[in-house]
Design a protein around this ligand. Sequence first.
Ligand code: SF4
Length: 374
Amino acid sequence: MRRAFPEVSDDAFASWSWQVKNRIDDVEGLARVFELTDEEREGFARTRSVFRFGVTPYYAALADPRDPSCPIRRQIVPRPEEATVRIGELADPLGEVPREVVPNLVHRYPDRVLLLSTDRCPVYCRFCTRRRIVGRTERQSTRALLDEAFEYIAEHDEIREVIVSGGDALMLGDNQIDHMLERIRSAPHVDLVRIGTRMPVTCPMRVTPRLISVLSKYKPVYVMTHFNHVKECTAEAEAACAALIDAGVVVYNQTVLLRGINDDVESIAALNRRLVRMRVTPYYLHQCDMAEGIEHFRTPLATGLEIIDGLRGHMSGLAVPQFCVDVPGGLGKVTMLPEWVVAKDGRATTFRTYTGSSARYLDPEDVDSSKRGS
Ligand code: SF4
């Protein structure tokens, strides 16, 4: 895997601090890992001021050096299209700015808040929806910077869950994470903490015994990770997820549906079969947000529905995620399902099954259907 880094010792390559410190952050650095096409070089030139480039040596080494359409390569290498903002695309597609109640804290849903703990990531994904802030300053969040957020959480007893994201929350050091979780969990009304991170995918060596011991103190802790393709499910990634799960951390995955990367039944089925074997629960298949410059990654909504249609019944329901759209404007997630009900007639509902046959279900005769559900 690490053929491009023969001079680096195994110990260094397996250390997350080495990976972050030696992150490849320019075109010349990436060109030393694999030969870039003219189009990829143009992508770098046109997006310099649009969105930061950065990739860990670990993740870069997963890319196919000969194939520009490799699903890993497509996620890390800028393309010229990113410089074009299409009609309808938004800098803040999830409406987070108007709901930022104190610095770095977004209160969008009644009982959940989103803590933007850092703007740094180990890899800057080219489809990132939060590119308006991610990678802008690469500041390390100081304790004081998040103090107001902790105070807001403590003062609002309707908050049951804190989603710690960024950027990538696990870019913070262990002591910072410890302090952050301690402040959050000191609010008695907070039931759980959810941490959004791509570290198990892009820098699995971040899951160290010390990190595990910190997370273990604040259970229940959910880690929401972000595998998009089965190529990302390496032995290292599996070991990182296993270490979290064995320590009692619950690990869920959300995948973003990306054109040319995973937008077919076979890709999503292979990924989710592998995740289930890794004991990671497939949670969401996300429709790509309408963020600026990423239309080339977006698929029609029908693609997501076709994929769910191709999974449901054909494979374990444990491996079938919910297909969801985070609708523009910050109005929340909507989950979408293929149309399985083909007719309704009084008590009878006719379904289309996964095999293509149809079947009728009758509601009970002795229940007034107009009162059902009351
Ligand atoms: S890890 Fe998440 S926040 Fe960071 S660049 Fe990728 S998608 Fe954006």
